[in-house]
Design a binder for this molecule. Structure first.
Ligand SMILES: [Mg+2]
Length: 407
C-alpha cells in the first residue's frame, strides 16, 4: 500500500517595500490605528511537502500565520498522517481537524490543516498521473474567467484609473479595488472611499465589472451608509466589510444593502460556511482553499453553496483555488493577483515562489494538463528560503531537500 512517508515544512519570505498603510483593516476600524502592511501583509509563506512511499511529493502552502502554521504541522499533524494512505483523505482530514480543534478551528491552525490536505491531494494526483481537478470531479470549463485583484488606494487617482484601464486592456472582464478609510475617518473618509470607486468605475466604463474590498475595516453602521453611497456605481460586490465573526451583521447588511455582499476569506470549514450560506449572510461566498481546511472541505462548501444558489468565488489567485473553480459548478470565476504589481503586498508571492503558477491570458486561466497541481517549488528573488536552522523547524521522515531549493 502506498503511504505517506514524510511531511516537510519550509518557510519562505520576501523583503517588503514597506509602503505603509495600504488598505482598510480591522485595527483602523477600531481606533484609527493599524498598518495594513505590517499587520496583514503576507511576506512569509509556508510550504508543506508530503512525500509518498512511492516517491511522489505533493505541495501545499499556507500564508496565514506561516510560522505558527509550521509549528502546527510539525508538532501535531505530521504524526497523524505519516504511515497512512493518501487515498484516505476524508479520514485524514477528520484526524487533523480533531487533533487541532481545541485551538485551530480557524486561523493558523486551520491554515496548517489546509496546507497538509492540499499537499496530500497533490501527491495522490501525481501518483495517479492526473490533474487534481480530475479527482475533484473533472473540468467544467477549459478556460476559467479571472478578475484582476489589486488597485490599492492612492492619492493619485489618475494613476488608479490608468491601472484599472490597464487590466481591461489585458482582457480582464472584472477588476477589484481596495478601500482605505473606515469609521474612524468620518464623512471625509466616506467621500474619499466613494472617489476611489468612482475613479475605477469611470475608468473602465461598461467594459468591466468592478468589486471593492473593505478587508474587515468597517462596521455594520458604516457599511450600511457606504452601501447606499456606492449604489450608483453598480458594484459586482462589496467585499468583507465586517469582521468574519459578525455573521449577524452580514445578514442584516445583506438584507438592506443595494450592493451585493461577499465574504468568507477568513472563514473556515464546512461548518463555518454552513452558517454564512444558510442564514443568507452573503451573496457571494469566498472560501480560500489554504484557509478553509484544504480541498477536502472546500468542495463540500461548493456543494452546499450550489444547493443554496450562492456563487463561490474563492479568495486568492493560487493554483489550488483554480483547480477547485475548474471542477465545481458553483464557481463562476476566480480571483487573480497580477504578477508584478505595485505596491507589493505579498499576494504576488506565489508567482515568485512556485514554478507553474498559472498566468492569466486575456482574462482567463487555462490549467496545464499536468499531474497534481502542476507546480514546483522554485523560489526566485526577492523570495528566499528562510534558514531552517533557526531552532524551530523539525523535519519529517522525508529526505532533506534543502540543497535543491537554492535560490
Ligand atoms: Mg478580500
Amino acid at each position: 500500500m502506498t503511504t505517506i512517508a514524510g511531511v516537510k515544512c519550509r518557510l519562505f519570505a520576501a523583503s517588503s517595500d514597506g509602503p505603509g498603510e495600504l488598505y482598510a483593516n480591522p485595527l483602523r476600524a477600531w481606533d484609527g490605528s493599524g498598518d495594513g502592511e505590517t499587520s496583514f501583509g503576507f511576506h512569509e509563506w509556508l510550504v508543506v511537502e508530503v512525500e509518498l512511499s512511492t516517491g511522489e511529493v505533493g505541495i501545499g502552502n499556507a500564508a496565514l500565520g506561516a510560522r505558527l502554521a509550521r509549528d502546527v504541522v510539525t508538532r501535531y499533524l505530521e504524526p497523524v498522517v505519516v504511515g497512512e494512505s493518501p487515498a484516505d483523505r476524508e479520514k485524514l482530514w477528520q484526524r487533523m481537524y480533531r487533533t487541532v480543534v481545541a485551538f485551530g478551528r480557524r486561523g493558523a491552525g486551520m491554515a496548517a490543516v489546509s496546507a497538509v490536505d492540499i499537499a496530500i491531494w497533490d501527491a495522490e494526483a501525481r501518483r495517479l498521473g492526473v490533474p487534481v481537478y480530475e479527482l475533484l470531479g473533472g473540468q467544467n470549463r477549459p478556460r476559467i474567467p479571472v478578475y484582476a485583484s489589486q488597485l490599492y488606494p492612492t492619492a493619485d487617482l489618475d494613476a488608479l484609473a490608468a491601472e484599472a484601464r490597464g487590466y481591461v486592456e489585458q482582457g480582464f472582464g472584472m477588476v477589484k479595488q481596495r478601500f482605505l478609510w473606515g469609521p474612524a475617518d468620518g464623512r471625509e473618509g466616506m467621500r474619499k472611499n466613494v472617489e476611489l470607486v468612482r475613479t475605477v468605475r469611470e475608468a473602465v466604463g461598461d467594459a468591466a465589472d468592478v468589486a471593492a474590498d473593505a478587508y474587515m475595516g468597517w462596521d455594520l453602521d458604516y457599511a450600511r451608509r457606504m452601501a447606499w453611497l456606492l449604489e450608483p456605481f453598480d458594484l459586482r460586490w462589496l467585499e468583507e466589510p465586517l469582521l468574519p465573526d459578525d455573521v449577524v451583521g452580514y445578514r442584516e447588511l445583506r438584507r438592506v444593502s443595494p450592493v451585493p455582499v461577499a465574504a468568507g476569506e477568513h472563514e473556515a470549514t464546512l461548518a463555518g460556511f454552513y452558517h454564512l450560506i444558510t442564514t443568507g449572510a452573503v451573496d457571494v461566498a469566498q472560501p480560500d482553499v489554504n484557509r478553509v481546511g484544504g480541498l477536502t472541505p472546500a468542495r463540500k462548501v461548493c456543494a452546499l453553496a450550489e444547493a443554496a444558489g450562492v456563487p463561490v468565488v474563492p479568495h486568492a489567485g493560487q493554483v489550488h483555488n483554480y483547480h477547485l473553480v475548474a471542477s465545481q459548478p458553483a464557481c463562476p470565476m476566480a480571483e487573480y493577483f497580477p504578477v508584478n504589481p505595485q505596491p507589493l503586498v505579498g499576494n504576488e508571492m506565489p508567482h515568485l515562489l512556485f514554478g507553474g503558477e498559472p498566468i492569466a491570458k486575456d482574462g482567463h486561466i487555462e490549467l496545464a494538463q499536468l499531474p497534481g497541481l502542476g507546480i514546483t517549488v522554485a523560489p526566485r528573488g526577492p523570495v528566499y528560503e528562510q534558514d531552517p536552522a533557526d531552532g524551530e523547524v523539525t523535519y519529517g521522515n522525508g529526505p532533506d531537500r534543502r540543497a535543491a531549493a537554492q535560490v
